[in-house]
Design a protein. Structure first.
Lengths: 267, 355
């Protein structure tokens, strides 16, 4: 926890030899009689943004939870970097260790705490007695603010509290934190919900930064226009099943909307 | 600048109240004895309030510490006097405080009982236990001041037979200062302190960022129980007497000291310097009002008033968002226990929505 991440802090993401950051094969999930995930086959490349679309209850959250070790699947296999995962022992901590990080809306940052604490909480740089190296954390946090997230001249410092930030900036901090800890896959759970248009633009810029830095991203979104704009691939989930896997170039936003409405009427 | 110095508003308030008492009761507040008395009698309150700063900072509460003062005080007194165990009595008392703390922690973190309820229950249990075991008796520790325990924990620096104020400076003030200093570093610089503040901010966020919330809460209550036991030992030794309800006066004063000091009632923000000055204020009101010629009956009234003024002040200045949220919540529930699932309508007919 204390040693290690300082040394590879500046290293580019995505080293090693693999094709897919994660791959799910024939994944099923039952909650009692409810078939929440049906035969999911999904592979995420090392440097692509995959938009995950679906109505409420389509299984988006369940899919992410299986992927990040919050819950085990009922059947099927999950590979991380082409290596199979022992699903009985998969946990959030292990997902972190395997460089998968989830950014939940509103649940990722301590509101009253300064940014430098938020960047490192849970993974503090400490001496061997557990005391935090504050100066070093602040220096690195400042570096993340300027270079990774690109907050320049907006009056935000490492001592600002999260409360002082706008909704979009908060998402930026959470995304920046994930990028700093060299997550190869960043999962965003509806990052633009309840944000003003200007703030949405900021978040979409942060998403593009993820791609530029050579990482992969799963972007869960309700708003089709947002996800259509930044995603390389759109995966549509309906009643626990993947019903479409298309490139945004092949389907415009109105077409996509039509398609989704069609799915609902079919129900 | 105002926010840069920890606890500055409360330090100013402290100075103002001190100046007021120096004016209304100069013969007391301009003489050194009142301050040496402060150093010998305030430590238990400060230790309790320091522990509570962590607890309240974590968004929790502990109501059971007055009964730790009773229970651990009993354990200490009986081991010290009846069994003449000396330092082992200190160890035994500390162990009993740890026990109470761990039980609190397990009830709250593992079983999931809200801390208010859990510690209300343990408060009754342990104070009842102390009464049962002691049979309601008090223990006079006559001659305790000859023991090394007494001299090391609550002795004076000077000649014990002298009544000059320089000889009355108590060692417990130094121990307390060292403990509070250590706790300050833990709260502000240690991983544990940071976890406590994030837990106070939101349990959900704390879990998402990888904090083991349950484990830290158990540690938190263990710390609180241990500090309460230290306070119990100091109090019992200082009084050279144990009596069953010796902890009762501390419940309100310790909580008030923490909140006056500026620790957020909602958790997530905590200041030990503020707490120490909060303790000074609470203590000084008691001494100052009596010295100024008011009866002791006024003490609680004024303490309660200052407590409320402080809460209102912090609510307006530091947490305007929370205040708006509270108002909104109460605006939506016009009658006690009534829950409007439909459209929220205030008694006047207007929609009580805050902008």
């Amino acid at each position: 926890m204390t040693a290690g991440h300082e040394s590879h802090r500046a290293a580019p993401a995505g080293g090693g030899d693999f094709t897919h950051i994660v791959r799910m094969e024939g994944v099923q999930k039952f909650f009692g009689a409810v078939h929440a995930l049906r035969d999911i086959n999904l592979a995420i490349g090392r440097n692509e943004i995959v938009g995950l679309i679906g109505d409420n209850g389509a299984g988006k959250s369940t899919l992410i939870k299986v992927l990040t070790g919050v819950i085990p699947p009922s059947a099927g296999r999950v590979y991380v970097r082409d290596r199979p995962i022992d699903l009985n022992h998969h946990s959030v901590g292990m997902a972190h260790a395997m460089s998968i990080e989830t950014v939940y809306q509103d649940k990722s940052l301590g509101e009253k705490q300064p940014l430098w604490r938020n960047f490192f909480v849970g993974r503090q740089i400490t001496n061997r007695f557990g005391f935090i190296r504050i100066r070093e954390q602040k220096r690195i946090a400042g570096d993340i603010l300027l270079n990774t997230i690109g907050f320049r001249g907006v009056g935000i410092t490492v001592d600002s509290t999260v409360k002082q930030l706008s909704g979009g900036e908060r998402q930026g901090i959470a995304i920046g934190r994930a990028m700093h800890f060299n997550s190869d896959l960043i999962i965003l759970d509806e990052p633009t919900v309840a944000l003003a248009v200007k703030e949405v633009r900021k978040v979409l810029d942060f998403v593009r930064r993820i791609k530029q830095s050579g990482r992969a991203c799963i972007y869960i979104e309700h708003n089709l226009a947002h996800v259509h704009e930044v995603a390389d691939r759109l995966v549509v989930l309906d009643r626990g099943e993947i019903v479409a896997d298309v490139s945004p170039r092949d389907m415009t936003v109105p077409e996509l909307t039509e398609y989704l409405i069609g799915l609902q009427q079919h129900r | 600048m105002f926010a840069r110095i920890e606890g500055l508003p409360i330090i100013i308030v402290f100075a103002l109240i001190l100046a007021l008492f120096m004016y209304t009761a100069p013969e007391v507040f301009l003489a050194p004895q009142i301050y040496t008395t402060l150093l010998s009698t305030a430590p238990p309150l400060i230790l309790l309030a320091a522990g509570l700063t962590f607890v309240i900072g974590a968004g929790e509460i502990d109501l059971s510490f007055p009964s730790v003062i009773a229970f651990s005080g009993y354990v200490f007194a009986v081991l010290f006097k009846q069994y003449e165990l000396g330092w082992l009595a200190v160890v035994g008392a500390l162990a009993s405080g740890v026990l109470v703390g761990v039980v609190n922690g397990l009830l709250i973190a593992r079983i999931g009982i809200p801390s208010f309820i859990a510690t209300l229950g343990t408060q009754f249990f342990w104070s009842g236990m102390a009464t049962v075991l002691s049979g309601g008796k008090s223990y006079a520790l006559r001659g305790a001041d000859d023991s090394s325990v007494w001299q090391f924990i609550v002795g004076n620096f000077g000649d014990p037979n002298s009544i000059a104020w320089q000889d009355q400076v108590s060692i417990q003030a130094v121990w307390t200062a060292l403990i509070v200093l250590g706790l300050w570093f833990v709260l502000n610089r240690h991983r544990f302190g940071e976890h406590i503040l994030f837990i106070g901010d939101s349990n959900d966020v704390a879990r998402v960022v990888g904090i083991n919330v349950e484990r830290e809460k158990i540690r938190l209550y263990t710390l609180m129980g241990t500090l309460a036991a230290v306070a119990a030992i100091m109090l019992t030794l200082e009084n050279k007497n144990y009596f069953g309800n010796q902890g009762q006066g501390y419940l309100l004063t310790a909580i008030a000291a923490v909140l006056i000091g500026g620790t957020s009632i909602f958790g997530g923000r905590a200041t030990l310097i503020g707490t120490v000055f909060g303790c000074f204020i609470i203590w000084m009101i008691e001494a100052g009002l009596v010295a100024s010629g008011l009866t002791g009956a006024w003490v609680r009234t004024v303490q309660g008033l200052i407590f409320l003024i402080a809460i209102v002040f912090y609510l307006f200045v530091e947490e305007p968002g929370r205040r708006a949220e509270l108002l909104r919540r109460f605006g939506r529930m016009p009658g006690p226990g009534r829950r409007d699932a439909g459209r929220p309508v205030a008694p006047g007919g207007a929609t009580p929505r805050q902008p």
